[in-house]
Design a protein around this ligand. Sequence first.
Ligand SMILES: *Cc1c(COP(=O)(O)O)cnc(C)c1O
Length: 423
Amino acid sequence: MGAASKLAIKGGPKAVQTDPGDMFTWPIITQEAEDAALEVLRAGSMSGTDITKAFEKDLAEWHGMKYALGHSSGTAALHTAMFGCHVGVGDEIICPSLTYWASALPAFTLGATIVFAEVDPNTITIDPADIEHRITDRTKAIVVVHYCGYPCDMDPIMEIANRRGVKVIEDVSHAHGGLYKGRLVGTIGHVGAMSIMSGKSLAVGEAGFFVTNDQEIYERAVAFGHYERTKEVLTLPDLKPYAGLPMGGFKYRMHQISSAVGRVQLRQYRARMEEIQKALNYFWDLLEGVPGVKAHRPPRDSGSTMGGWYTAHGLYAPEELGGLSVHKFCEAVNAEGAETSPGANLLMHLHPLLNEADVFGHGKPTRIANSDRDLRQPEGSLPVTESMPERLYSIPWFKHYQPRIIEEHAEAFRKVAEHADEL
Ligand SMILES: *Cc1c(COP(=O)(O)O)cnc(C)c1O
């Protein structure tokens, strides 16, 4: 065994030697973005809506959609999207358990509850084959998450939803600008909501928005959390009488420093996204055929892409590496100088908040407070989802196509996989 191939965790040289420089610096804030923020401060227009409306126009055009509605966060955008889809007391949404909590938890304050569906183990997005049997006459919406950037299989999802009269909310927080068979994610379901907080690939600040072509969803969202616009927007007879006050009791407008910075970031987004895609596709090309590690990306000729590849992950097959745990695998890759950590988001269906907590004083768990049955999902009920923490690891989120640095990081993963028997 040559010295260079000795694992760093066993005292060998690290695979990653080159200083990554600005490779992982995020968000990228230019002078133009700084100036835009300062202009808002100097004008004292932080709480207005004029810049937010201009940003919404940009966002609607960028997505080719009729409406965009800016929010204070992605969580808020998902909340009003759910209300927009008539999710209310006793209703159910269907959502994967393996996602950031905001995809699902806003349902609780609407008096609704959550039924979790399985994910496909290769895409880690909701499994279309595990949706329909979970639909009841209380199901109002399916929240699909383009998880870690991978576009959900929207064709079968839309077929089921439209046939069963259920709305589809796309959570695009990981996949801004991604394509599903050539179509922009967020524009395929009834409403596409997304976070643009500063860690996301479309990196702005605390903010979020949704896009939709559905006037009722748009108006309901305005009625719910944008009281300052109710008088100019509301036309529907079940909403219009309440103009002037927010039906949800929430105030969800976007901070205009976010709107102003967002306008700049959006103009630069496509170029940044394409560079990220080039860098991460190169990383995975380098690891093609290495045992135990598999790319999480759509097939090359599918017309589907990973957008800005937020929270980039890889698939792990311990059975190809003599049963080596993903924890030990990641520890050895870290020792090589590359950042990775095992698993992904915690599984919501196993958390006490979804099983025991009585949040609102119903005298029973909030999850089933307004339900006609106990729909809690104990350990063992979602076996594919439950296997995922042992089968996923984060990968470096390269922001630039700098081949040498990417090659060294890929080498860290390759080296550990090829020497797994020594661990
Ligand atoms: C970040 C995120 C959200 C929430 O957005 P915030 O802007 O942080 O409120 C929702 N869903 C997913 C999948 C996310 O990653």
